[in-house]
Each structure stands twice: as structure tokens, then as C-alpha cells.
Design a protein around this ligand. Structure first.
Ligand code: GLP
Length: 259
């Protein structure tokens, strides 16, 4: 039996409850930044998992006045090549699902540029890392997890020191995105992604996983020794990481703290 992870794990009865809990943590981070006169710097995931979190943040903004003035948000990754306005892209997703509902200034949202020409990719990756550093680093990084254990687009094999770079997408990852692109053929084969090492520099990490399709990846990430085979397992090496699950995503764990 592998030793249990030291990462705090919270299991919620429903996906909506898990999303609300994560949104409450992000809201606290936003309020703390405003109170300190240093607006929060958020790292954000795309994908279906965080949609409920962003909906709840939009509600907190509209109904409870949660103020995102000055907040900076950095997306984890973007397909390449892709037009930044393409609806399947992560810039369009984060604008639509997060930035507009919370009233974020359009300049407050940054992602790697999916339209970067090949000869400028290295510069673009450096530019992105520099922009995060110049913003003061990420206070809270929200993460999802792929069924193969990826975080952002760090596929199995990614090293813990990896930085923002161009990567090849696994076939499983491309298949998972096929619906959005109207078929596997049109899913880009590559993407720009923050590296595992870039992600681990955030002051706080929150991984949200929902549904039975994530249960095995969650189990391996938490209960196997950190290894490139399951990039999410490197969260175990972060001093302030937490994992938030619904019951289905927690099904493979020996134990978890129920909410
Ligand atoms: C995507 C993204 C990740 C995301 C993961 C899970 O491809 N690159 O940032 O966390 O895979 O996606 P979903 O939440 O849609 O299951």
C-alpha cells in the first residue's frame, strides 16, 4: 500500500459544492490582495472542470460585489497554432467564462499567444514567464487534471523543472478535445504550456477534479511517488498545494476528508 499523500484533500458531495469551495478560496485571495493594496495574481485553467468555479465567481461579482479591479490572471496553456479569437481556444474560453463575468479589465488576462510564428516560439515562452515574474508571481494557481495525469498541457514524461514551452499533445488529450473542434482531425497537435516547474512556483496550488473519469489519475497523483509518469504527482513537492474533489473523483482514494 503506497503512503498517503500529505496534500490536504477535501471531498465534496457534488461537483457544484466543490466548485463553490474553490471559488470561495479564490475570492478570499482576491479580497486579501485588495486589502493589502497588491491586487491578486491568479493562474487559471481552461477546460470543463473549472466552469462552475468561474460561474460562482461571476455570481460573487454580480451579487456580492467581489471586486476584480487590478487583478491579473494568467492562463496555463493554449493550443498552437490557433487564432486567439477561435472559440475552441483557451483565450476565448477564459474571456467568456471568467474575465467578462467577473468584470476583469481586458488587459488583466494573459495567455501564451497561439498565433506566434514558429521562429518566435522561444521568445514567446520567455516573454510569458517574464510577464508572470513582473506581475509578482502567481498567488493562487487553479489546476485541473487530465485523465492521463497531465497538468496544464504537461503530458506524461514532463519533468519537474520544465518551463513554458511548445509540447506535443498525447492522442488521449487530443481525443478529449475532439468534441470542441468538431472532430479529432482539427484538434491541434501541439500547444504552448507553462511547465511543471513554472506551475510549482505559484505560492498556492489548488487542483480541482470532478467525475469518475479523473479518479484513477487523482489516485496516482496523490498516492504514487512523484514521477514524470503522472505530472500532477509533482504537486506533492509543493508546500502549499490542496486537492478538491467530488465523490466520484475521490473514488480511488483510500481516505479523504469529507466536507
Ligand atoms: C486540458 C487542459 C488542462 C485541463 C485538463 C482537463 O486539456 N490543458 O489545463 O485541466 O486538460 O480538462 P477538463 O477539465 O476539460 O477535463
Amino acid at each position: 500500500m503506497p503512503p498517503p499523500s500529505t496534500i490536504p484533500v477535501t471531498v465534496h458531495a457534488t461537483p457544484a459544492a466543490a466548485a463553490r469551495a474553490v471559488a470561495a478560496g479564490i475570492a478570499d485571495c482576491v479580497r486579501a490582495g485588495a486589502a493589502a493594496g497588491r491586487p491578486a495574481v491568479l493562474g487559471l485553467a481552461a477546460g470543463s472542470t473549472p466552469e462552475g468555479v468561474y460561474r460562482e465567481l461571476g455570481r460573487l461579482h454580480a451579487e456580492e460585489g467581489l471586486d476584480f479591479t487590478g487583478v491579473r490572471a494568467f492562463g496555463l496553456d493554449e493550443y498552437w497554432p490557433i487564432d486567439p479569437a477561435a472559440p475552441q481556444g483557451f483565450r476565448a474560453f477564459l474571456e467568456h467564462a471568467f474575465a467578462r463575468p467577473v468584470g476583469l479589465d481586458p488587459d488583466g488576462l494573459a495567455l501564451p499567444n497561439g498565433r506566434t510564428p514558429p521562429e518566435r516560439l522561444a521568445d514567446e515562452c520567455h516573454r510569458y514567464e517574464r510577464a508572470i515574474r513582473e506581475a509578482g508571481g502567481i498567488d493562487l494557481q487553479l489546476l485541473g487534471i487530465g485523465a492521463n495525469g497531465h497538468i496544464a498541457f504537461n503530458e506524461p514524461g514532463s519533468l519537474p523543472g520544465s518551463r513554458t514551452r511548445l509540447v506535443e499533445l498525447d492522442e488521449d488529450t487530443r481525443r478529449a478535445a475532439a468534441g470542441a473542434f468538431g472532430g479529432l482531425r482539427d484538434v491541434p497537435r501541439r500547444a504552448l504550456t507553462m511547465g511543471v516547474g513554472s506551475i510549482l512556483e505559484a505560492r498556492r496550488l489548488v487542483l480541482l477534479a470532478l467525475g469518475p473519469a479523473k479518479a484513477e489519475a487523482v489516485r496516482r497523483a496523490l498516492q504514487e511517488p512523484p514521477s514524470p509518469a503522472v505530472p500532477a504527482s509533482f504537486l506533492q513537492e509543493h508546500p502549499s498545494a490542496e486537492v478538491v474533489l467530488d465523490r466520484a473523483a475521490a473514488a480511488g482514494l483510500a481516505c479523504g476528508r469529507p466536507e
